[in-house]
Design a protein around this ligand. Structure first.
Ligand code: ATP
Length: 299
């Protein structure tokens, strides 16, 4: 079971918003779509949901057009936030849940569970308009999956949430994955993507710069980030063979290497046979890779 995006293009007159996009999301995985503003993320989501037509290409769910899929099996948190301002939040969740085919009786334990988990229980009889922005977002988020969809699309779900609620959301996404839900989400916050995703696609101006496994992406760059504490100067470190760039940090230096094989020689050159309390060669973070990738020209 999978969602296949097959050579999908979206044009607005002469402007290509999504350009020959091709990737597959397997059932039960968490897939991240990342890109700068205007990269084509929301357009991709809207095409999957049939809110917008593709100009070219196919979108298949288990081998069949996704548009034949029962809508109740899909969940969507749109980028534009919006709930009924005058409706009490618990009522609102029952409204959305019953609209998507579940009975009030079935919904009750789930609504209680999620309101409790997102610390909304004591506000259940408050009108949505009286809630803070973050709390309104949590209500809309719960509404997007309260009908237990098979496939859930979350457009920028982390934006506007404080660190505690970001963590609640992260745990909730992992919990839903355990329940077998397939999740596609976009985020500008790379730490969230790094922690959650099995696979991801990096978009730049509608084109995919990478799509595949997170670990595969990291390994393609290798362990080229070296953190050291040393009494050597910035100039001395910059002069070492295989060093591309050196950044001074609060706690020493970070060296970016041409490739990880330089690590051993650099270790000997810096330590000169003495004990070092910090020398660590690591993969780049997704944030660092993203900045490198989006800086590359699109072919
Ligand atoms: P953001 O992170 O800012 O939400 P995004 O990656 O979701 O960005 P999209 O909203 O998919 O980007 O937009 C992709 C491109 O398509 C943008 O350049 C946008 O201006 C353009 N676009 C979107 N909708 C239309 C439309 N109806 N007519 C013309 N151009 C459009």
């Amino acid at each position: 079971m999978s969602l296949e995006i097959k050579n999908v293009t979206k044009k607005y007159k002469d402007f290509i918003a999504v350009n020959a996009l091709d990737f597959t999301i397997d059932k039960g995985e968490i897939f991240g779509l990342i890109g700068q503003n205007g990269a084509g993320k929301t357009t991709t989501f809207r095409m999957i949901l049939n809110l917008q037509e593709t100009t070219e290409g196919d979108i298949l769910w288990n081998g069949q057009s996704v548009h034949k899929l029962n809508r109740d099996l899909l969940g969507y948190l749109p980028e534009e936030r919006g709930i009924f301002p005058q409706m009490k939040i618990e009522e609102q969740l029952y409204f959305f849940g019953t609209l998507r085919g579940r009975s009030k009786k079935e919904l009750k334990p789930d609504i209680d569970y999620w309101m409790d988990r997102f610390e909304l229980m004591e506000k259940k009889n408050d009108k949505a308009e009286t809630l803070s922005k973050g709390n309104q977002q949590k209500v809309q988020l719960i509404a997007s999956f309260i009908h237990r969809p098979e496939f859930l699309i979350l457009d920028e779900p982390f934006s506007g949430l404080d660190p505690v609620n970001r963590q609640h959301l992260m745990d909730a996404i992992l919990y839903m994955k355990e329940q077998g839900t397939t999740i596609l989400f976009s985020s500008h916050q790379m730490d969230n993507v790094e922690e959650l995703c099995d696979h991801l696609c990096i978009l730049k101006r509608g084109k995919s710069l990478f799509s595949g496994g997170l670990q595969q992406l990291k390994e393609a760059y290798g362990k080229i980030k070296l953190s050291v504490r040393t009494d050597k100067t910035l100039e001395q470190l910059n002069g070492l063979e295989g060093v591309q760039r050196v950044v001074q940090t609060k706690d020493g230096f970070t060296l970016f290497l041409e490739n990880e094989h330089y690590g051993e020689a650099i270790y000997h050159a810096i330590s000169e046979g003495r004990y070092m309390d910090k020398f660590s060669l690591d993969f780049l973070t997704l944030d660092e890779i993203f900045k490198l990738k989006v800086g590359e020209p699109v072919e």
